[in-house]
Design a protein around this ligand. Structure first.
Ligand code: ADP
Ligand code: TRP
Length: 325
């Protein structure tokens, strides 16, 4: 069974990305053939600074490896290192209804947010379909916001198969990541790069503490009884602490006499402890760029071998390539 997923390198990964997605991808890596890629071609729809993009891609590789992605269990590669994906995208585009893409809410949302309505942004789901179909993927773990793109992928694959032969493209299924953990940001809204309220996983200690101390709370005085269930500081603490630790802090909220500063300090300590091993691992990786680049290149070779095989099949099905003679 092939598990495949991609993650866009559009900035440093934050706690929301980790608990909402990365942690769950990594948990699936033991599957026979897991492919994970850094979706740099997709990121080009929003990141227009080459130096920044290169850094984001590198950071993504370091972060994923530091957080436990194990190259001996899963294949990690850069999307753009497999150029076959863009050729497949074109072939898929020729059977993709314009109206199908017009229905995509993520395109509409991005344009509403002020992102330029380029053809790349509009056809983003077709590149995503190519990512998935190029490797005969069976299962695609994604956040709920990507389910529509999976439906588009299946729709395009079905149309292609209907046109060129039933067995040509393998239909994938989505595995929706559990929604439970909607991580709040420093302003209490959903943590997201686009809201500027993120706490990065590998933030240096000092700015990390500063960000945690800036988390918005109500302005109850120190002695007041407080409600852990409506407090973002407590919600964040829950991500890192054991049930026993959570019960202790909840009791302190309810007893009164504890200020939010103390709860924030608990979040800082718990998050540092939680990611300590990953921080150490990341520091080792930073010191060993040749190893990291080697992992990406070995991943690309493996992914490319599979991609070439599928593209060959698809090209033949459409009538491309040399005349049989
Ligand atoms: P951002 O909103 O910061 O741009 P992305 O949209 O790139 O993040 O998200 C990448 C993955 O991380 C998605 O699968 C998404 O579901 C998950 N994710 C992002 N923010 C959160 C959050 N605050 N809580 C839970 N999951 C999140
Ligand atoms: N669009 C996905 C996101 O923003 C990233 C992505 C690109 C992806 N290609 C993919 C996810 C293929 C799964 C499969 O989260």
């Amino acid at each position: 069974m092939r598990v495949l997923s991609g993650i866009q390198p559009t900035g440093r990964f934050h706690w929301g990305n980790y608990f909402g997605a990365i942690q769950q991808y990594i948990a699936l890596q033991g599957n026979e053939q897991s492919f994970y890629f850094i979706a740099d071609l997709h990121a080009l729809t929003t990141v227009r600074e080459p130096l920044a993009l290169r850094e984001y891609v590198w950071d993504a590789a370091l972060d994923l490896l530091a957080l436990g992605l194990d190259p001996s269990q899963a294949t990690l590669f850069r999307q753009s290192d497999v150029p076959e994906v863009t050729e497949l995208m074109w072939l898929l585009m020729t059977v993709t209804q314009f109206s199908l893409l017009e229905k995509c809410t993520s395109y509409k949302d991005k344009v509403a947010k002020g992102i330029s309505a380029d053809a790349g942004l509009f056809t983003y789901p077709v590149l995503m379909a190519a990512d998935i179909l190029l490797y005969d993927s069976d299962v695609v773990p994604v956040g709920a916001d990507q389910i529509q793109h999976l439906e588009v992928t299946r729709d395009i694959a079905q149309r292609f198969n209907h046109t060129y032969g039933a067995e040509c493209l393998h239909l994938p299924t989505a595995r929706v990541l559990k929604e439970g953990a909607k991580v709040p940001g420093t302003d209490g809204e959903k943590m997201s790069k686009s809201y500027g309220n993120t706490i990065e996983i590998f933030e240096a200690e000092k700015p990390l503490r500063k960000k945690i101390m800036s988390i918005k709370t109500d302005s109850l005085p120190l002695e007041a009884v407080k409600d852990p269930d409506s407090c973002s500081v407590f919600a964040l603490y829950q991500l890192f602490a054991s049930p026993e630790q959570q019960a202790i802090l909840a009791a302190r909220y309810r007893a009164g006499g504890m200020g939010y500063g103390e709860a924030k300090q608990a979040v800082f300590d718990a998050s540092m402890a939680y990611f300590q091993r990953a921080r150490e691992k990341r520091a080792e990786l930073v010191a060993n760029p040749t190893y990291v680049e080697g992992v990406l290149q070995a991943g690309a070779i493996k992914a490319r071998a599979k991609g070439k095989e599928v593209l060959k099949r698809v090209r033949q099905a459409c009538g491309l390539g040399a005349h049989a003679g």
